[in-house]
Write a protein that binds this ligand. Structure first.
Ligand code: ARG
Ligand code: ZN
Length: 466
């Protein structure tokens, strides 16, 4: 009773400063310089992320009713201001916000498209650590991306497939929704008994009472919002610890179990192989969520535990787990650099085949290079996809991998594998840019690779020489 009363009181208080905030907004330039930007400055997704603060931790408490598809949420964000802030934004799409507090004091808020605009009672100092609590509810819906695909909270017949690349995190929690910002996470997920709710990291507890089960997950290593999941379904669960001490949790929809089993069995050996190539596995947890979500059409490298819309083949398992190093541990600072994720994960597939009795990477490269100049593969250069509509398109994946193969040919195997490992190690739990990768490759090999990268990453059309 006490908690409800507090929430109501905050909701009432919140309505007063809204008018004040509107007046401040109308004051125009006077307020500039102390309001957090509505976006993180990404040219492809200008409203993704926000300016003026970093989030160090998300504590998400969610209840989901799989029958009504209703979500009840409470998000507690621990953040640090990077400028004086009279106002800041979070990203949240859809859902109804019932209250916002900043450091336990009710804050004014309003919705503007995907921006949740928060005006704290007291101005935040540059460097100040503050805590934002958002209570919200409603029926989450996925976002439609520029390429027409859906991501975010995607309801299924027995729960929800939850994958947020590039924009979908904001469909189920208020986020600083850009990979520039990485944070640790706690999830407390309550679902009807009989359903399993799987998030990132390690399972802290699982308790059933009054017909509902609560799963508590902890993701300790920093994670970009788009890699968070809270996938729910009727799952068969398998748990074990690898020889390296990594806690594995696999959740598999019964309808996919038979096809998934032989592939999931290989997870420890795939992680082992990738660790030998890329350096130690970056997280303390691993695993797979194999859902039955026929309308989704993709898998996602959700951190520590990729989510698959169906039973994956071995190559897909290799791809999503390679992303744990390339994309998850080493994050993008701009979506334009997406080849650092997809080109690398695709090249990991080629290497896996080459070292496990399949085609050599050279053979895979040759088959692609044989495609005519009119082929879609050459539609745009992978280092400059041009817009968010192209980030998951063939040139990013295949020509991105071809770029790495060209680097390998130029520097030789020893230096090439040194480069891959050095990249994952130097930027572990952080970020990397294309410029930094080029510099690293040149540094390790002692070669000038500018022309190679210029041709393969940034020049339109089919490169005339391979
Ligand atoms: N990163 C994913 C993969 O390559 C693809 C995500 C696609 N997302 C989307 N909204 N279409 O495994
Ligand atoms: Zn990928």
């Amino acid at each position: 009773i006490g908690r409800t009363a507090v929430l109501r009181r905050e909701a009432v208080l919140a309505t007063v400063p809204v008018a004040v905030a509107a007046l401040l907004g109308a004051a125009g330039p006077a307020a500039a310089g102390t309001t957090g930007a509505a976006g993180a400055g990404d040219p492809y997704f200008p409203l993704s992320g926000n300016g003026g603060y970093h989030v160090s931790h998300y504590d998400l408490t969610l209840g989901y009713d799989t029958a009504t598809r209703h979500l009840d949420g409470k998000a507690v964000l621990t953040a640090r201001a990077t400028q004086k802030l009279t106002r800041f934004d979070l990203d949240l799409k859809g859902l109804k916000v019932t209250g916002v507090t900043v450091d336990r004091t009710a804050a004014a808020f309003r919705r503007s498209g995907q921006e949740l605009v928060v005006t704290p009672r007291h101005t935040l100092r540059d460097g100040q650590v503050f805590r934002v609590t958002v209570t919200y509810r409603g029926t989450p819906k996925p976002v439609t991306d520029p390429d027409g695909s859906a991501d975010g909270w995607i309801p299924t017949d027995d729960g929800a497939f939850v994958a947020g690349e590039p924009q979908g995190a904001m469909t189920w929690f208020p986020a600083n929704n850009h990979p520039k910002d990485k944070s640790s996470y706690d999830f407390t997920l309550t679902v009807p008994k009989g359903r399993t709710a799987v998030a990132n990291g390690v399972l802290r507890s699982e308790r059933t009472a009054h017909g509902r089960t609560t799963f508590r997950w902890h993701q300790a290593e920093p994670m970009a919002a788009y890699l968070a999941t809270a996938t729910i379904g009727k799952f068969q669960v398998e748990r074990y610890t690898t020889r390296d001490g990594v806690q594995v949790y696999n959740a598999v929809d019964a309808r996919e179990a038979r096809a998934a089993a032989p592939v999931l069995k290989k997870l420890p050996s795939v992680l082992d192989w990738e660790s030998k190539l890329f350096g130690p596995y970056p997280f303390r947890a691993a695993g797979s969520i194999v859902d039955h979500a026929p309308d989704v059409g993709y898998a996602l490298e959700t951190q520590s535990r990729p989510v698959y819309d169906r039973a994956p083949d071995l190559s897909t398992l290799v791809h999503e787990n390679a992303h744990q190093w390339f994309g998850d541990s080493v994050s993008l600072t701009t979506w334009k650099d997406i080849w650092l994720n997809e080109g690398f994960a695709t090249y990991a597939e080629w290497l896996y085949a080459e070292q496990h009795g399949g085609d050599s990477a050279q053979k895979t490269f040759d088959a692609l290079y044989a495609r005519p100049a009119s082929d879609h593969l050459w539609a745009f250069p992978p280092g400059d996809p041009g817009s968010g509509a192209n980030i998951f398109d063939t040139p990013v994946y295949a020509r991105g991998a071809m770029t790495l193969h060209e680097v390998r040919k130029a520097v030789g195997d020893t230096d090439f594998f040194r480069i891959l490992r050095a990249w994952a190690t130097a930027h572990r739990a952080g970020h990397g840019t294309t410029a930094q990768f080029v510099k690293l490759a040149e540094h390790v090999s002692g070669k000038d690779l500018d022309a190679l990268f210029h041709t393969w990453l940034n020049t339109k059309g089919k490169p005339s020489q391979a």
